[in-house]
Design a protein around this ligand. Structure first.
Ligand code: SAM
Ligand code: SF4
Ligand code: SF4
Length: 405
């Protein structure tokens, strides 16, 4: 099946597994009937597949008060990592991974029954987990879209294993040029990451590069784009965030608002020059070459409003990053309560979803080309109720962006 359709109170969400895109289809009532020509014409119209048949699978079906289920479930299958990257928010010391393989299997079965579209294995480094391959196979046997984040720092056998598993998408970290990447990550890390990207390309497995934008990498954007072009991938440029493990690197290397503006200006120019490489910065408010990794079609800020993260010890959070801002974001243990129950009933999750960011709500870019920044970057303006990402540079652009002027 290449299209998954999930009923929601407003209509349905359609997920296209070929390009990992979600579309929210508003029909005024839950769509459940796949045989209805009306439904199929909506799907075709919304996704632009008027020509050629599509295979549609109906998933989920239990309606909730908000979204019936996360779009993507991020799973930290291990807290172990081979590296100690200078920018990383994860703690140095690997705690004991509390979730067993059976716990993860149960969670994946629940994910399937809730109609979650995608399972993203993340970490620390998911490929080091002894249960990595089993989890991948289980997710695939349930028909879930399987993706993973990896540093790519591994030997040839592990690379071959990933290719044999054939995930729907693999996201590989490359932070700047070889020299910079290896300074931040580990000597030899760049060549290994590139070796994995090349093997994925040969095997025609969809791939993407994550590049953390910092003072160290910001002058190497062209080189990372050249690499992406060579290996046929897109790039998500993620601004360096300072939550989690404190490192001298993080303190001194995160971008300023002005630095972020300059970087996005340059990336916007590159979108014209290299249109075959999809580029994303999370503040794509300049130019027209907009490409979004997460759907905008829901009135909550940032991906945490639509996805969920489960840690290696079974705790549910709106997003992995929030976990390092304090225990107040923990929504409960999926082994005790189950994901479905927590998703629907967690007061923490509800409180998080109901927060409205004053500045973003007044901005014409909000949920059109910008998610509203990242919670981890709001610390200076939470008390005022503005919830302003310290990297938001919209005022510097000279654009008329305020809806209430
Ligand atoms: C935590 S890692 C886990 C997967 C894998 N170990 C890797 O390095 O790709 C997921 C992504 O988060 C990025 N990341 C880590 N610390 C970050 C920070 N402080 N700010 C922004 N991105 C960060 C990493 O570079 C990586 O692309
Ligand atoms: S960024 Fe990834 S590879 Fe680097 S220390 Fe963090 S989890 Fe490990
Ligand atoms: S005000 Fe909010 S929505 Fe507008 S550009 Fe800034 S972060 Fe994005």
């Amino acid at each position: 099946m290449n299209i998954k359709l999930r009923p929601e109170p407003f209509g349905c969400i359609v997920f296209d597994t070929r390009n990992r895109k979600h579309v929210f289809v508003d029909t005024g009532e839950p769509v459940r009937d796949l045989d209805s020509p009306e439904t199929m014409s909506y799907v075709a119209e919304e996704l632009g597949y008027a020509e050629g048949p599509v295979q549609v699978e109906l998933v989920g079906g239990t309606l909730g008060s908000r979204l019936s289920a996360p779009l993507c479930l991020y799973l930290e299958i291990t807290e172990y990592c081979t590296l100690r990257c200078a920018h990383c928010y994860k703690p140095d010391d690997a705690a004991h991974d509390g979730m067993s393989k059976e716990d993860f299997f149960r969670l994946l079965e629940e994910a399937k029954s809730m109609g979650i579209f995608e399972v993203r294995l993340c970490g620390n480094e998911p490929t080091t987990s002894p249960i990595f391959a089993d989890i991948c196979r289980k997710a695939q046997s349930l028909g879930l879209f399987l993706s993973l984040n990896t540093s790519g720092v591994m030997g040839i056998r592990r690379r071959r294993q990933i290719v044999a598993i054939k995930p729907h998408q693999v996201v590989v970290s490359v932070d700047g040029t070889r020299e910079t990447n290896d300074t931040i990550r580990l000597p030899g890390a760049y060549d290994r990451a590139v070796a994995l990207l090349r093997m994925l390309q040969e095997a025609d497995i969809p791939r993407r590069i994550n590049c953390v934008l910092s003072k160290l990498t910001v002058d190497h954007i062209d080189q990372v784009v050249a690499l992406a072009k060579e290996v046929g991938s897109g790039i998500s440029f993620i601004p360096l965030r300072t939550m989690g493990r404190a490192t001298p690197f993080k303190e001194s290397s995160s971008l300023t608002r002005e630095g972020m503006y300059k970087a996005v200006q340059h990336i916007t120019e590159l979108k014209q020059q290299v249109p075959e490489v999809s580029l994303e910065t999370f503040f794509d408010i300049l130019g027209h070459g907009f490409w979004a990794h997460h759907t905008m079609d829901i009135n909550v800020p940032c991906p945490a409003g639509k996805n969920a993260f489960v840690s290696a010890n079974g705790e549910l959070y709106p997003c992995d990053w929030l976990r390092y801002l304090g225990d107040q974001y923990c929504c409960g243990d999926v082994r005790e309560n189950g994901l479905r129950y927590l998703w629907e009933h967690s007061n923490t999750l509800r409180g998080f979803h109901s927060i409205r960011r004053r500045k973003c709500l007044q901005c014409s870019h909000y949920l059109r080309t910008c998610y509203g920044g990242c919670w981890c970057s709001y610390q200076d303006s939470i008390a005022s109720g503005d919830y302003e990402d310290r990297l938001c540079f919209v005022e510097l652009t000279g654009q008329e962006y305020s809806r209430i002027r």
